[in-house]
Every structure is written in structure tokens, then in C-alpha cells.
Design a protein around this ligand. Structure first.
Ligand code: SF4
Length: 109
């Protein structure tokens, strides 16, 4: 049960006494934002592809790839193999040597 489900159940339970403005907003560090918009994702994808081409289409070595993916899997912005911060598929993003984490958790090489 995620935050939204718990919030819904809580609101149903206290529906007669609780109004929306009484519910505190969860900070990003506790609950990641929604995916970026389609336009933002497309822009990030184009930027990633341009960087990949400029970097000579270099693929990340396996050990570095594994460490990038491990960091992502433990990250609060990781959701269903996607990065919520940029909207990219983590498995593709980590494979491009030219890429970096938008939150600075793993650097560009
Ligand atoms: S790329 Fe960075 S922000 Fe996105 S899931 Fe990975 S570690 Fe988290």
C-alpha cells in the first residue's frame, strides 16, 4: 500500500472531519514527485542522445553500469525502472557513458 492508498483510506475513514487543506503535503525526499511531463521527458531524451553522440556512443563498462543501477535502485526517485527526476529508463541511462544523475548521485565520467 503506497502513500496515495493510505491517504485515500485515511480520508475515507475520517471523511466527515478531514478536509483537503488539513492534510500536510509530503516533501520530495519522502515521496517522489510524479513523472516529468511528456515534453520534459522528450527534451531530456534528446539531450541524452546528443550527449551520447558527442561522447562517441561510448557504452558504460559493466562494473560501472552495475554500480550506477545499484545506486538508482536505492534512490527515492527510482520507480518501476524509471528515474522520476528526469523520466529516463534507468537501464538505458546507466548504459550511456556520457550520462549523469540529475540529482548528482552518480557523476558523469
Ligand atoms: S538517475 Fe539519479 S535521481 Fe534518477 S533514480 Fe538514479 S540515482 Fe536517482
Amino acid at each position: 500500500m503506497d502513500y496515495e492508498d493510505r491517504l485515500k483510506a485515511w480520508k475515507e475513514h475520517f471523511s466527515s472531519r478531514v478536509t483537503d487543506d488539513m492534510i500536510p503535503k509530503m516533501p520530495d525526499v519522502w515521496y517522489p514527485r510524479k513523472q516529468p511531463s511528456f515534453i520534459d521527458k522528450a527534451g531530456n531524451f534528446v539531450r541524452a542522445c546528443c550527449g551520447y553522440a558527442q561522447g562517441g556512443f561510448k557504452i558504460t563498462p559493466n562494473d560501472l553500469y552495475e554500480s550506477r543501477v545499484k545506486i538508482c535502485q536505492d534512490c527515492s526517485f527510482f520507480d518501476n525502472n524509471s528515474c522520476i527526476a528526469c523520466g529516463c529508463f534507468v537501464s538505458f541511462k546507466a548504459k550511456m557513458l556520457s550520462e549523469d544523475c540529475p540529482k548528482g548521485y552518480w557523476p558523469k565520467t
